[in-house]
Design a protein around this ligand. Structure first.
Ligand SMILES: CC(C)(COP(=O)(O)OP(=O)(O)OC[C@H]1O[C@@H](n2cnc3c(N)ncnc32)[C@H](O)[C@@H]1OP(=O)(O)O)[C@@H](O)C(=O)NCCC(=O)NCCS
Length: 182
């Protein structure tokens, strides 16, 4: 099964084998990877493996009983290049989102635009009731983005998240279907 969502400047579509070099390049950028969990260095082979795992998955799939990430490519409509990815991990009536942009694509509103499309799909078509995001509170760009989108801070686990050998804080932000629609 395949899928495609679109917004003013973006196409949200499955990752393809040809995306591996671009995906590896931005995941290997230390500034992009700073608050993310993947292991560095992130090779083209690693990217290819992730893309292969994602084959056939669509947003809303519950890959295992406890959920499972569906990684979605963000393609520029104008240039046809991969600008980053968004991800959805659906579990029960809730999903967690993630987003990553290349350094060059940041600061232009693409992340907010892509997440608006994905979250509207999650509430509208997938009939989910809550969407959440978990971030390191030092990740100011992610924090601003979530607040812009109308997420509320619902919890922080202090020192409870192990990321690359460092115990970090994990802040949870949530938006409900009702909040999204009002
Ligand atoms: C988190 C991340 C996706 C945020 O990206 P971003 O570029 O800051 O977010 P947006 O694409 O929505 O851009 C918003 C900014 O673009 C500006 N902007 C420029 N043109 C714009 C336009 N046409 N529309 C909207 N905003 C625009 C906004 O003013 C805003 O800037 P501000 O935050 O200084 O107010 C990005 O920093 C990233 O990829 N980080 C690494 C991965 C990561 O840590 N992800 C979070 C884990 S969930």
């Amino acid at each position: 099964m395949s899928f495609e969502l679109s917004s003013e400047r973006l196409i949200l579509r499955p990752l393809r084998p040809g995306d591996a070099p671009a995906l590896a390049a931005y995941r290997s950028d230390p500034a992009v990877a700073r608050y993310q969990g993947w292991v560095l260095p992130y090779s083209v082979q690693d990217a290819g493996q992730l893309i292969a795992e994602m084959a056939g998955r669509v947003p809303g799939d519950r890959v295992s009983e406890s959920g499972g990430w569906v990684q979605i490519g963000l393609e520029s409509r104008a240039e046809g290049v991969l600008l980053g990815d968004v991800a959805l991990n659906t579990s029960g009536r809730q999903a967690e989102i993630g987003v990553t942009l290349t350094a060059q694509a940041q600061g232009r509103g693409y992340a907010a635009e892509a997440l608006r499309a994905l979250i509207s799909h999650a509430f509208g078509s997938l009939k989910l009731e809550q969407v959440r995001a978990e971030i390191d509170p030092r990740n100011v760009a992610a924090l601003r983005l979530l607040l812009t989108l109308g997420f509320r801070h619902t919890a922080t686990e202090y020192g409870g998240y192990l990321n690359r050998g460092e115990w970090t804080d994990n802040a949870v932000y949530t938006v409900t279907e009702e909040e999204w629609l009002t």
